[in-house]
Ligand binder design. Structure first.
Ligand code: 5GP
Ligand code: MN
Length: 320
């Protein structure tokens, strides 16, 4: 009960802070995915419709495959917070730890964290952390709290956020409320065929070649399926790290897979993406390696040669 009250109090403070700030500074997380980008894009439009000065920052470049989102041309890739107006509120979306945002995020008058990661570090002045499928769901509710009608482009952005984190409304985090929200998005003018085309029928042949390398190497051991990509695979297939988004989900397609792991090498370290059918909390595995996420979808980074990283992570899974 007390938790519910606290959440409501947080929400009321959040709404009045958003209403009373002249500038909204939105922050998406590193290696931005459809949830952090779609929810920021929708909030951007909500801010504009309330007459706010809205800016949108993130550390990494904007992924080309999400270029169709509203206000994508307003996103700026920065390493640290630029000068911002005095009456700004900084809003971090889907950012679970301070270091997944941008440096100096807390230098505004207020830092608001809107997230759905249970292990969020709660580093804001106001933290709205809810156990829902995606930040997209939370932004949909915020539009209602702010009395802003959902426009077609907001609906599209919110749909991208929800569809990304629910695997197109198929994962166990898809609640009745999720589907009711999607139904309402359709009523608000969501261009479903256009967005499905942009999300799912928009691959490049280079991307398929990259995925092919991961599929070719896939190893199936007990209930575990894993694969890996080297730095050279990206160069040779003319792809980049953004092209791996959702690849680990597709390793779950193999019959009777309980846990899927994808190891992706880059110049600094190896990024590990973990997925589970719910029988093992992969968040606990990620925590062992200073990562985080959700029980069914988590990630972490390890340094060392690929074969050693694979051995260390698989060992930590087998010990569970
Ligand atoms: P993905 O594997 O798609 O990159 O991430 C899956 C989930 O794990 C996301 O919710 C993401 O926030 C979380 N995650 C991925 N990598 C890291 C990491 O290095 N640190 C933390 N704390 N969370 C991560
Ligand atoms: Mn998310």
């Amino acid at each position: 009960m007390s938790r519910v009250t606290m959440e409501n109090e947080n929400k009321a403070r959040l709404i009045s802070t958003l209403k009373n700030s002249g500038s909204w500074i939105l922050v998406s997380h590193v290696k931005p995915d459809g949830d952090t980008l779609g929810s920021a894009s929708a909030l951007f439009k909500i801010g504009l419709s309330l007459g706010k000065d809205v800016r949108w920052y993130g550390k990494d470049p904007f992924p080309e495959r999400y270029r169709f989102l509203f206000a994508s041309d307003r996103y700026e890739s920065v390493q640290s917070m630029p000068d911002i107006p005095e009456d700004s509120v900084v809003v971090a979306l889907d950012v679970s730890t301070l270091d997944r945002g941008i440096e100096g995020m807390s230098k505004g008058e207020k830092l608001v964290v809107i997230d759905h990661h249970g292990d969020n570090a709660r580093f804001g002045d106001i933290n709205l952390i809810e156990d829902v499928s995606s930040v997209g769901e939370m932004v949909y509710c915020l539009a209602g709290d702010l009395n802003v009608a959902i426009s077609a482009d907001m609906a599209e952005s919110i749909y991208v956020a929800i569809a990304t984190d629910t695997g197109g409304m198929t994962f166990s985090n898809t609640g009745g409320k999720t589907l009711r929200i999607v139904a309402d998005l359709l009523d608000c003018g969501l261009p479903l065929q256009r967005v499905v085309k942009m999300l799912y029928h928009n691959d490049t042949v280079e991307r398929l070649h990259l995925w092919g390398r991961a599929y070719e190497r896939a190893v199936r051991l007990d209930g575990l399926c894993y694969s890996w990509l080297y730095d050279a695979d990206f160069e040779e297939t003319h792809t980049d790290q953004d092209d791996t988004e959702s690849l680990v989900n597709s390793l779950m397609k193999i019959k009777d897979t309980k846990v899927a792991v994808l190891f992706v090498e880059n110049d600094k370290d190896v990024k590990v993406s973990l997925r589970s059918d719910g029988s093992l909390s992969v968040r606990e595995i990620a925590h062992l390696w200073n990562g985080g996420g959700h029980p069914c979808a988590s990630g972490c980074r390890l340094t060392g040669p690929m074969d050693e990283v694979i051995a260390r992570v698989l060992d930590s899974i087998y010990k569970r």
